[in-house]
Design a protein around this ligand. Sequence first.
Ligand code: ATP
Length: 235
Amino acid sequence: MRLFEVQDLQVKYGNIEAVKGISLHIDQDEKCIAIVGPNGAGKSTFVNAVTGLVEWAGEVLFAGQSIRGLSNRRLVQTGLVQCPERRYLFDFMSVKDNLLLGAYNAPKDGTVSIDQVFDLFPVLRDRVNQQAGTLSGGEAQMVAIGRALMASPKLLFLDEPTLGLAPIIRKNLIEALKEIGERGDIAVCLIEQNVKVSFEVAHRVYLMREGRIVKSGLAEELEADSEIQKVFLGV
Ligand code: ATP
């Protein structure tokens, strides 16, 4: 049985077909896969669909069970959690309170504590009482990821976590993402525009354009593919 399986997923906004029938999966033992594509490819729409935020057609199975009809709250309790691209922190609340809010819908046997978030992102320990709105972009991203972790996900969707960050911050974040994967009990589905980041972190990669998966494979295989180099790396 696979951890996660999507079959012919379609999402429409009125007449706009944002996701045009995509199929993908995550195996039980996979720690991190990535979905990569340019602006408007439909990546965030995919994440919003499988976390219960937009209507979809097709089939989505988590641990062998269909998630059809489950609310976002139920999906979080089941273990499907997203960290959205726009972060949506509560600017006037402290780092600690933003993090604690993430645990609001966590299952009772949740396995992630605030101390574990601080171990992953030590800088947040020093910022614990600081208002979230006063954080740097990198720190805010760490709070957003930490808050998603506080829900004790089994599968965590990270929507463009490195977008707009300085190279050194991006590097630190990539290390933290690898560490999450190495914990072994949380699988990560990384959503990226940056194909290089995805090759660095993910075991397997799906390339998405205009609502469709156009190619998929092991990161190391795709990295060596000259067509991918041309289309997705612009070289
Ligand atoms: P980005 O990397 O820029 O976030 P993306 O790959 O995540 O892009 P989506 O945000 O999923 O792409 O958008 C896919 C398509 O759906 C785009 O054409 C977008 O304009 C459209 N779209 C997204 N959200 C809505 C919405 N709420 N209403 C109408 N159209 C939408």
